[in-house]
Design a protein around this ligand. Structure first.
Ligand code: PLP
Length: 376
């Protein structure tokens, strides 16, 4: 078999002269009295873009999630119902605050929390629901918000993968109490690292801001701190890079859509792989191509991923179900999350992918599965 010599990367950004100019500007001018100029511009631009009252830029998305938990005053007495499929940061951030994660299964066709699973998990200790807009698709927020209202629960939206995603015309992350975003290098818009918290509540905004800046209270005394807080600020240079990306967000979504639609056409009726498509009510950012090896395909998923990596095509397996990991160790099965854990696949969707790259990925996927099936 011919080795695919050119690496086809899983993820990677779309950088133009604008990003270079903004970073250059930050490096040259972002000091002294303008040390946070790009941070303030980014927070304003992001709040305007998503339609939220307040935005706080953070060093990374995980910090935004932790600040969300702190702003909602979640602690050791509290349970939070968490979607079981996500990057582990979602659960760990709640654990930093001491809250207990109670995992809920996801829907097989979106990998987002199954609203029907939530209510059975509500106890007198439940204080919040943490949903994840998985892979740039949206949760059924109407159903989630109804349950939250009925039981008086707060809602945190982990929209770290959903910059550019809308649910019924509202940007992901602006529907519940607090939304969080990430600009880590594999996301649709990048800063290397970078995160954002948004909310419409002034109280939550003030508390998140306070905890993210060491709980400083200069009103009492200069450099006074009135509680244990954190240094979760973003660098002004990073903010400049993200600002350029947010100003180009429509172009970034359009480019991801090009890649997504090409895969969709090539993988329609594929006998081996089932690609996930956006749910109704969702205008996705098209950032990810996700799916499952079909049940009939009797091969080991990890052997398949390894084979693709050996051929220089960067696939990734689905996330391990969070409830199974040692800090959480929940014993009951969550069948849909467990299925994505065992059979899930993430296809390459780097911004740089060409039409030819996508054809190579799909052809190699088919051939590799056939070879592995014959080897059985
Ligand atoms: C990337 C990601 C995070 C963490 O964001 P960082 O910026 O890497 O800290 C959290 N949740 C989800 C769903 C993510 O995809």
């Amino acid at each position: 078999m011919v080795n695919q010599r050119k690496k086809i990367p899983l993820a990677g950004p779309f950088i133009t002269q604008k990003e270079i100019d903004y970073v250059h500007d930050a490096v040259v001018t972002g000091w002294y009295e303008t040390y946070d100029k790009h941070i303030r511009q980014l927070e304003q631009a992001f709040a305007d873009y998503v339609g939220a009252k307040y935005a706080i830029a953070t060093y990374c998305g995980t910090h935004a999630l932790h600040l969300a938990a702190l702003a909602l005053q979640l602690g050791p007495e509290d349970e939070v119902i968490v979607a079981d499929q996500s990057y582990i940061a979602t659960a760990h951030a709640l654990s930093y605050a001491g809250a207990k994660c109670v995992f809920a299964d996801v829907l097989p066709d979106t990998l987002c929390i199954d609203p029907r699973q939530i209510e059975a998990l509500v106890t007198p200790k439940t204080k919040a629901i943490m949903v994840v807009h998985f892979g740039g698709f949206t949760c059924d927020m109407d159903a989630v918000m109804n349950i939250a209202r009925k039981h008086r629960l707060a809602v945190i939206e982990d929209a770290c993968q959903a910059v550019g995603t809308f649910y019924r015309g509202m940007h992901a992350g602006t529907i519940g109490d607090i939304g969080t975003f990430s600009f880590q290098g594999a996301k649709i818009a990048v800063g290397g690292e970078g995160g954002m918290l948004v909310t419409n509540s002034e109280e939550l905004y003030q508390r998140a801001k306070h905890y993210g800046t060491f709980c400083r209270n200069d009103a009492i005394q200069y450099l006074w701190s009135d509680d244990i807080g954190y240094n979760y600020r973003i660098s002004n240079i990073t903010a400049a890079l993200i600002l350029a990306q947010i100003e180009r967000i429509d172009e970034l979504v359009a480019n991801k859509k090009r890649i997504f639609e090409s895969y969709k056409k090539k993988l329609a009726n594929n006998p081996y792989f089932e690609m996930l498509l956006p749910p109704v009510d969702c205008r996705p950012n098209y950032g990810y191509v996700l799916g499952y090896l079909r049940d009939e395909v009797n091969i080991d998923r990890d052997a398949f991923v390894k084979r693709m990596l050996d051929l220089n095509i960067h696939f990734r397996p689905g996330y391990p179900a969070m409830h199974r990991m040692p800090p959480y160790g929940q014993t009951h099965a969550l069948p849909n999350s467990d299925r994505y854990d065992r059979r899930g696949l993430v296809l390459p969707t780097a911004h740089s992918l060409t039409e030819e790259d996508i054809a190579v990925v799909c052809d190699t996927l088919n051939r590799s599965i056939e070879i592995l099936m014959e080897g059985k």
